[in-house]
Design a protein around this ligand. Structure first.
Ligand code: OGA
Ligand code: MN
Length: 208
């Protein structure tokens, strides 16, 4: 995997973020790179490493399949070559966002997500009430040949009653300001894989 997204993609993404706070880019990585990430996600799921996602943070965490039905595993460095390479690409994006948009992003947390057929994630914001460090959301989709009838679109509310639906097609990258865009995952008819992550700022008045 190259160590960064292409210069053209980065230019377009920064332009979109500066203008409208969100961006959708197709073919962010090669088909082979996406397939390797999808294989890694499926292998980890087969080993039972993905867990039912929870809602909220630490003490307030609850498990509620009525709200979100995905299974996740947080990415850690040193677990696989392909995820390490992806984290390097995202670290380069973090530096680019800091250099061009002065966002002061300090780190990146991310997880594989697998939505079994019949699952969804209700409308929500990616910033927690008790933790506003998440500044920018990134989602990379890993699903080859996704069709509209497979469902599972990301519905992103753009304000003023407008919204857009993005299909989770392999290689599509979505980036948006985490506190500004309510969104939901519509019911998926087939297994739906992604890597979701957040660039974070240092907390004000908090440790770490
Ligand atoms: C999330 C989320 C959207 C998607 O994990 O917070 O909103 O399209 N994911 O996977
Ligand atoms: Mn979300």
């Amino acid at each position: 995997m190259p160590a960064a997204f292409s210069p053209d993609l980065l230019d377009a993404l920064i332009d979109d973020l500066a203008r409208q706070g969100w961006s959708q880019q197709r073919h962010a990585l090669s088909a082979a790179q996406i397939a390797a990430l999808a294989d890694e996600c499926r292998a980890r799921h087969a080993r039972g490493e993905l867990q039912h996602a929870t809602i909220g943070r630490a003490a307030t965490q609850t498990l509620d399949a009525q709200v979100r039905g995905d299974h996740i595993q947080w990415l850690e460095r040193g677990r696989s070559t392909v995820t390490d390479a992806y984290l390097e690409v995202l670290d380069n994006l973090r530096e680019t966002l800091n250099r061009t948009l002065y966002l002061g992003l300090e780190d990146y947390e991310s997880h594989f997500a697998l939505y079994p057929p019949g699952s969804f994630y209700h409308r929500h914001l990616d910033r927690f009430r008790d933790d506003d460090r998440r500044m920018v959301t990134t989602i990379l989709y890993l699903n080859e040949d996704w069709r509209a009838e497979d469902g599972g679109a990301l519905q992103l509310e753009l304000g003023e009653g407008r919204s857009t639906r993005i299909l989770p097609e392999a290689g599509t990258l979505v980036v948006f300001m985490a506190g500004d865009f309510p969104h939901e995952v519509l019911l998926a008819q087939r297994e739906r894989l992604s890597i979701t992550g957040w660039f974070r700022r240092r907390g004000v008045g908090m440790l770490g």
